[in-house]
Each structure stands twice: as C-alpha cells, then as structure tokens.
Design a protein. Structure first.
Length: 209
C-alpha cells in the first residue's frame, strides 16, 4: 500500500532520496524531514555541494580515481612507489586500501568487474589503459586487489592473461585473508592490510590450466 503524503513536494523529495542505494522509503522520509527542519543555509549548502560535485569533479586521466585536478594527488605524489600499481574495482576500494596505511604505490581503477549477467565485459573496464600504463611507465608489479567473488576472480584471471606478455612484470594477488565471497570494501582494515603485505604471485594463487 502506497503511503499518502500531505505534500506533493515532500513525496517528490522522498522519491528522489529512495533512488539512492540502500535507502528505502522510510529512511528517505526520515532524511527529507530532517533536512526540512534545518535552516535554509544548511540545506542550500548541501544541495549546492552535490551539484558542484557532479558538475566539476574530475577523474584522474592516469588511474581513473576521483580528483579535483586532471591528475590525482596520489599519481602526482613522487614520494609514492612509482613502479607498483594496485588494481581495484572502484573508487571506494582506493579509500579502503589507503586507510590501511600498508600500501604506498599507485592505483588503477577498473570501474567495475567482468559480469556477463550485468552486461559488463572487458571492453567496459579500464583494462586497455592499464596495459598502456605498464608499457609507458615502467611498471614492475601489478597487484590484483579485487573482491574475492566469482566475478572478481574471473576479472583477475582475464587481466593476468592480458599481462602475460610482459616478461619482467610481476603480477601478484592479495592474500586470502579476505574471505571467499567478500567484497573488498567490507573487509576490516587490519585484515586487508595484511592481505596486501602478504600478497602472492597470481600464478601460485591457484592451479592454472
């Protein structure tokens, strides 16, 4: 049964909030009513920050992380290890790994993982740009840090095969401290940090045919 709202404006706002992931209509209503109780300046600042984010945010032309500039702060930081690249599914994974304080190299954000059910194939991901980086930047190690799911493992294997032509390149995978089936963003920082430190050669992580 649809809830009756006393205002069409309220209903429209609830409809928009409920489009967000993990936000049901009850939570959406609570958020809208909270904003309605705030002063005009707070709500205006909130709305303007979202519009400014959407209109002005950049994606790093090197690693595809979110950035305020053409090249993100991580890629432009010469104090980071320039020859090691950690491959992740999305921007949230960069934040999670950075919070572990166990990795000081660079990143490459794929923008997803291979999932035929969802219509996502290798051509929809930033895999070709990864290969270009390896050729151009003298990368010596690629760390595959994707979620320990069927789709994550399939993407790992696809990338490993694509990188097999680079003879001096070491391809590693994070240790299985992250449980099978777990999304990377939900791993605790200590477990994830140890998984990165204790990474292993991808070719030894499971038996290849």
């Amino acid at each position: 049964m649809n809830q009756a709202y006393p205002s069409r404006l309220l209903e429209n706002a609830v409809n928009e909030f409920s489009k967000l992931p993990g936000i049901g209509r009850k939570t959406a209503l609570r958020l809208v009513l909270y904003l309605l109780r705030q002063d005009h300046e707070m709500v205006t600042g909130f709305a303007e920050s979202l519009i400014k984010l959407k209109n002005e945010v950049n994606y790093c032309r090197v690693c595809h992380n979110i950035s305020d500039t053409a090249v993100c702060a991580i890629c432009s930081n010469q104090n980071r290890v320039q020859h090691t690249v950690c491959v992740v599914e999305n921007i949230k994974d960069v934040l999670v790994i950075e919070n572990t304080l166990q990795f000081n190299g660079l990143y490459h954000v794929l923008g997803g993982i291979i999932s035929p059910v969802d219509g996502i194939g290798p051509g929809n991901l930033e895999i070709d740009s990864l290969i270009t980086r390896i050729s151009a930047e003298g990368i010596t190690e690629v760390i595959l840090a994707l979620s320990a799911t069927m789709e994550g493992d399939a993407t790992n294997f696809y990338i490993f095969r694509k990188l097999s032509g680079f003879k001096d390149l070491k391809t590693t995978v994070i240790a299985r401290g992250v449980s099978i089936g777990d999304e990377l963003e939900y791993a605790d920082e200590i477990t994830l940090g140890r998984s990165i430190v204790n990474r292993t050669l991808f070719s030894e992580s499971f038996k290849l045919n």
